[in-house]
Design a protein around this ligand. Structure first.
Ligand code: SF4
Length: 210
């Protein structure tokens, strides 16, 4: 699933990472490490030393008090038996997706976001929801009622629309098809954006981007 999202962000970055298989030159950022610690704490129920991280954990706990009991929590990316992990196919290609928490009855999925809700990123959330819903259906034989993104900076919640609105579902399916077709066709153009200086591959790109 992350490959579809990475390709949409920048086809060239996708090529460097997944086709040329170049390891990112920088170690994981502090934000990524913080995200991993918060996700692990929520899954394990263990407290965190950092007050900011603990506040995120508390928001997740508050959300879970309103959620159905007996959620199926992720463990870690390294765990080959991760109960949050669903495997299947997406529009004819192999796909893997990981729920942070999901329930079978009622059919509900949740993804923790350690940042704030960003309206300009809703397509990204919708693609994530679409893929998880497809893989969930292939596993359990029924679809999700809702896929909920919980933003742990302030407790905001975004419910994916593609699960309930046919037009939105169609738009997201077309976005995924376009990414799959672009990868198959070897279309790996640069997508220069204001965030490029924060990209792992910026040292390479800045020599050719004007
Ligand atoms: S620096 Fe920008 S254009 Fe270059 S690979 Fe990264 S996202 Fe793409």
């Amino acid at each position: 699933m992350s490959q579809i999202l990475d390709y949409r962000n920048c086809p060239l970055a996708y090529k460097v990472r997944y086709v040329l298989k170049v390891e990112p030159p920088c170690p994981p950022s502090e934000a990524m490490k913080r995200g991993s610690r918060v996700h692990a704490a929520i899954a394990n129920g263990s407290d965190l030393a950092d007050p900011g991280e603990m506040a995120m954990f508390e928001r997740a706990r508050a959300f879970l008090k309103t959620a159905p009991p007996n959620g199926i929590f992720e463990t870690s990316y390294e765990d080959t038996n991760n109960p949050g992990c669903r495997i299947g196919n997406l529009h004819g290609i192999p796909a893997v997706g990981i729920f942070d928490v999901h329930w079978i009855h009622p059919p509900l999925g949740v993804d923790w976001k350690t940042g704030r809700f960003k309206p300009r990123h809703t397509t990204q959330y919708e693609i994530q929801a679409y893929v998880l819903n497809e893989l969930y259906h292939q596993t359990y034989g029924h679809r999700l009622d809702a896929m909920r993104f919980v933003f742990l900076q302030n407790g905001a919640i975004f419910d994916a629309r593609c699960l309930s609105e046919p037009k939105s579902h169609e738009v997201v399916a077309a976005e995924i098809d376009a990414a799959i077709a672009g990868i198959a066709a070897g279309a790996f153009e640069r997508r220069v954006r204001p965030l490029c200086p924060h990209c792992d591959w910026w040292p390479y790109c800045k020599s050719v981007v004007r």
